[in-house]
Design a protein around this ligand. Structure first.
Ligand SMILES: C[S@@+](CC[C@H](N)C(=O)[O-])C[C@H]1O[C@@H](n2cnc3c(N)ncnc32)[C@H](O)[C@@H]1O
Length: 251
């Protein structure tokens, strides 16, 4: 690193990507808890008009005079992922948010970016991280993932011995889902929402439907755990995960 850049970085405020865990306020790490309680400036994502899930998790921990930067998504599901405008809008949004955070850092301000679950696991924070990482000092605090909370909620272990665990998203196409489900031992399917009926068809075709569980709102007050075969909804909430447990080697 160039001397000049290093000198400049020493004066910069530090940015923290802090994993908050899956939802319960007592599932933060000790490090995350301390950073959040001592925060003078926080940043978090939210859907327009909503409080923001990550912000809600830490609500009881924040000091009264904490300053806040709410990063409001310009879109969520209004435009399909495949539409080029989706990428453009989000890319501009992440760049604008990053510029704001870089300015705060250059002014000597530390910023705690609140991340639901783990910051490096399918989260919006990663789009900020890649824009900041060479421009300001940044540290990541890992968190308990939603999937870990979800398999724990089923009270059944997820992977044994040599089990292969595959993580899928409901946004994948039906054939990919079906092939992956057929080839793995244990599986997690995230981002279910309106993809539920496609996922169900893939589970049925791969012969895994009867073994699947669906967990809504893991570790939150309204947590539910059901067999997918008994689940009556047409769509699942944003915070829901499908779990297929491994059945591998057991001495
Ligand atoms: C954008 S990803 C964020 C993942 C997060 N960074 C993590 O470490 O779990 C959002 C997806 O994670 C899953 N998810 C995260 N937390 C959850 C929870 N507490 N209960 C159920 N699903 C959860 C859902 O499938 C949701 O659609």
């Amino acid at each position: 690193m160039k001397k000049e850049l290093r000198a400049q970085m020493i004066r910069n405020g530090k940015i923290y990507g802090v994993g908050l865990g899956p939802g319960a306020a007592d599932l933060l790490s000790v490090r995350a808890d301390k950073l959040v309680r001592e925060a003078t400036y926080i940043a978090f994502f939210r859907k327009a008009g909503r409080a923001g899930h990550a912000r809600q998790i830490v609500s009881p921990l924040l000091s009264n005079d904490v300053r806040e930067f709410a990063m409001e998504y310009p879109i969520t599901t209004e435009i399909p992922l495949s539409d080029q405008r989706y990428n453009e809008l989000l890319s501009n949004f992440y760049s604008r948010c990053s510029e704001n955070i870089i300015s705060l850092s250059r002014a000597g301000q530390d910023v705690i970016i609140l991340c639901e679950g783990d910051p490096f696991f399918y989260g919006s924070f990663m789009h900020i991280f890649i824009r900041l990482k060479d421009k300001c000092p940044i540290e990541i605090v890992p968190g308990i993932t939603g999937m870990s909370a979800a398999w724990t909620a089923t009270n059944i272990p997820i992977s044994w011995g040599d089990d292969i665990l595959t993580i899928l998203t409901g946004t994948l196409d039906k054939t990919t889902l079906e092939n992956q489900l057929r080839d793995t031992n244990a599986a997690i399917i995230m981002k279910i929402g309106r993809n539920l009926s496609k996922i169900k068809q893939s589970l049925e075709k791969s012969g895994r439907f009867d073994d699947a569980f669906i967990v809504e709102y893991a570790t939150m007050n309204k947590q539910t755990v059901q067999r997918l075969s008994e689940y009556e909804e047409d769509n699942a909430p944003y915070f829901s995960i499908i779990i297929l447990h491994g059945k591998g080697r057991r001495p």
